[in-house]
Ligand binder design. Structure first.
Ligand code: KG4
Ligand code: ZN
Length: 335
């Protein structure tokens, strides 16, 4: 079965072709980062308009790259939510119109389910069950994953998401938007121990997170030390965030008795986080899995893949569509 994946929930247009026999055949992403950077954040209306411009050329590109035609498609999977309503509608409208014309099903996919299952696109791929650490710009969650559609929320952030904390801290350090990757790069050259930042909720006894206090602590530090110290401040922030994410992941593995950790979402691209989780896995004898680096941030491949899993479970598309800008992953069930 050949599935076209369409991602348009935020500021990346992602298209991909996933074949259930042959795997990922092609994927292409257009990022709007440069367009939104001028405004210091994503402007929803501009995001929607740009998705409209990109979605057809990117579809052509993945078909060309794979040497396939529209008539080869068996289904289309699109991000139904959560995300920006207007941006989601572009992908949903496109996917449903194309599916109608081709007389094939269009499957709405939960964006976070896409992230959650994306490590299954890597080699080696993890077996179920596993603990998933979902760390994106909008979410920070630990989930127990028993299978496709069988997710139990173990803990989540009570305020900012991890990616949001990276982005806001980067902004405080004058690194622009979205600053996560720039902050990570800056931190590489810094001394993480020069400044001591808090590890919020590390010992709270549960599996929840909090990042807003960390951001405030950085603000205080920047005011005191000035941006001249920003390399070391970046390193201190990253060390604190990594400590908390790694500490809570270990606790989740202990509490569930599971031996596999899967990391997904944009912050999963962070080298320091990966290095720490790898070291911790060796020390405590569990396995850790990541999506391919290019598929950590938003992309169409994870949507095509998740849609294919749902269709394989027998999920059906009814030809009507709706978008769900707010949608809890914990409420999903198997098809
Ligand atoms: O999963 P994603 O692409 O989009 C959402 O669904 O939110 O995640 C984007 C987030 C942004 O906050 C970005 O700054 C962060 O992931 N990010 C990183 C890195 N690469 C992306 N944060 C830290 N280190 C990185 N290398
Ligand atoms: Zn995402």
């Amino acid at each position: 079965m050949l599935v076209l994946g369409v991602e348009s929930s935020c500021d990346e247009t992602g298209l991909a072709l996933f074949d259930t026999e042959l795997g990922l055949l092609a994927h292409a992403i257009h990022t709007q980062v440069a367009m939104h950077a001028e405004y210091g954040g994503v402007v929803p209306e501009l995001a929607s308009r740009d998705h409209i411009r990109r979605v057809i050329p990117l579809t052509r590109r993945v078909l060309n790259d794979a040497g396939l035609a529209l008539s080869d498609l068996d289904a289309i999977a699109y991000t139904q939510g959560p995300g920006l309503a207007g941006a989601l509608l572009v992908g949903a409208g496109f996917a449903n119109a194309l599916a109608l014309a081709l007389e094939i099903p269009a499957m709405g996919v939960h964006h976070l389910e896409g992230h959650l299952l994306s490590p299954l696109l890597a080699v080696p791929r993890p077996d179920f069950p596993f603990v998933a650490l979902l760390v994106s710009g909008g979410h920070t969650q630990l989930m127990q994953v028993e299978g496709v559609g069988r997710y139990r929320l173990l803990g989540e952030t009570v305020d900012d998401a991890a990616g949001e904390a990276f982005d806001k801290t980067a902004q405080l350090l004058g690194l622009g938007y979205p600053g996560g990757p720039a902050l990570a790069q800056l931190a590489e050259g810094g001394a993480p121990d020069r400044f001591k930042l808090p590890r919020p909720m590390l010992h709270s006894g549960d599996l929840d997170f909090s990042f807003s206090g960390l951001k405030t602590a950085v603000l205080t530090l920047v005011r005191k030390e000035g941006v001249a110290a920003r390399v070391d401040i970046a390193a201190a922030f990253q060390a604190a965030a990594v400590d908390v994410l790694a500490g809570k992941s270990l606790k989740a593995l202990r509490e569930t008795g599971l031996r596999r950790l899967v990391v997904a979402g944009g912050v999963g691209a962070n080298h320091a986080l990966r290095a720490r989780l790898d070291a911790q896995a060796r020390q405590h004898g569990y396995a850790v899995f990541y999506p391919p680096l290019a598929l950590c941030t938003d992309n169409g491949a994870m949507i095509a893949f998740a849609g294919a899993q749902r269709l394989a479970q027998g999920a059906s598309a009814d030809g009507r569509f709706t978008v769900r800008p707010r949608w809890e992953l914990g409420g999903l069930t198997p098809a």
